[in-house]
Design a protein. Structure first.
Length: 113
């Protein structure tokens, strides 16, 4: 790594630390209204969705692929279905990955879209 990259990573780490450490002393004394707490409870699913959806819909990073040749989309739909049916995190992860890998193999070896 170059000196510039090391400085950039160190700067990002320092900024992240200062932002979090600055609010840490207030965490025990600050009480948020129930509406704000309820709104903040949606931040994790929103961030996760913002990370996953572009990868699922645009696996090559260039254009949207809404077809059966998109193994990411098939795997995501299978994962959502398993999660909804079982409500079991381990089953959702294992079966979702299995669906993705199996469909990827089918597309590459049998269907050749």
């Amino acid at each position: 790594m170059s000196t510039a990259e090391v400085c950039m990573v160190a700067g990002m780490a320092l900024a992240t630390f200062l932002i979090r450490y600055g609010l840490l002393p207030l965490s025990g004394r600050l009480s948020l209204p129930p509406t704000v707490e309820r709104a903040l409870s949606y931040s994790a699913p929103a961030v996760l969705t913002a990370i996953i959806v572009p990868t699922v819909l645009m696996p090559d990073g260039k254009e949207m692929v809404l077809s059966l040749s998109n193994s990411y989309l098939v795997g995501a739909v299978a994962t959502a279905g398993v999660g909804w049916l079982t409500r079991n995190l381990l089953a959702t992860i294992v079966l979702g990955m299995a669906a993705f890998l199996c469909w990827q193999w089918v597309v590459k070896n049998l269907l050749m879209f």
